[in-house]
Design a protein around this ligand. Structure first.
Ligand SMILES: [Zn+2]
Length: 224
């Protein structure tokens, strides 16, 4: 069983599917994670939104932040016990996915062929990187005609409005402590107020929720 999880930014994989990742890995499934952006604009954007807790550590350039975030991914992945070879960093600049669509789709196509399950952001996101990630992953899957593949849509920025018969709830209580510890390794993000909210949430999380679809369902649901 090959599972590919798409994270628009480093940390989305934990927020959306951290416990599920550990569960699937324990079952012996091949779990891959694709980080779409380098997340380098986080401080710039969050500063504008008034959600950044300033300190000496936040007085760095976007390029410096990109390097730190990339290192944090490696630490998190090692902590989770996944092989580093199962990680793809596309390093597209945040908020500029649209400028790299063709090369991103090409890369994603090579990663998702022979996949059984794709985990991706839901449709109808208010965060453009999450929406663009949804769009390019679906586009790559369409080009490959992955009709038998299941898509698990998660809603980080937006609502999960999947109907009951399309909802999958994965029990993750057993893993929440470890995910909380892993999340703290994304140290550069712990000065952003809404990230701290997520950190708090994952600590006591009992379930992770996904809308489950196939390509044939495309356009029929709010989230897909
Ligand atoms: Zn994100």
């Amino acid at each position: 069983m090959k599972i590919v999880i798409f994270a628009p930014h480093p940390d989305d994989e934990l927020i959306a599917a951290g416990g599920s990742i550990l569960k699937w890995n324990k079952k012996g499934y091949d779990v891959y994670i694709v980080y779409i952006t380098d997340g380098k604009t986080a401080y710039t954007k969050e500063r504008e939104r008034g959600r950044l807790i300033e300190s000496e550590k936040t007085k760095i350039s976007e390029e410096e932040l990109a390097i730190i975030r990339s290192k944090e991914i490696d630490e998190v992945i090692s902590f989770l016990g996944l092989p580093l070879e199962n990680i793809y960093k596309l390093n597209i600049p945040s908020h500029f996915i649209k400028d790299f669509i063709n090369q991103a789709i090409k890369r994603i196509k090579s990663i998702i062929k022979n996949t059984d399950l794709i985990v991706l952001p839901s449709n109808n996101n208010w965060h453009e990187d999450h929406q663009d990630t949804y769009d390019i992953v679906v586009s790559a899957a369409q080009k490959l005609q992955l009709h038998d593949v299941n898509f698990y849509g998660y809603a980080v920025y937006g609502e999960n409005k999947a109907p009951k018969d399309k909802l999958i709830e994965i029990q993750v209580e057993k893993y929440s402590k470890k995910i909380h510890q892993a999340f703290k390794l994304y140290e550069s993000q712990l000065c952003i107020t809404h990230v701290l909210d997520y950190l708090h949430q994952v600590k006591s999380r009992k379930t992770e929720l996904f809308g489950v679809y196939k390509l044939i369902d495309l356009g029929k649901y709010y989230n897909f």
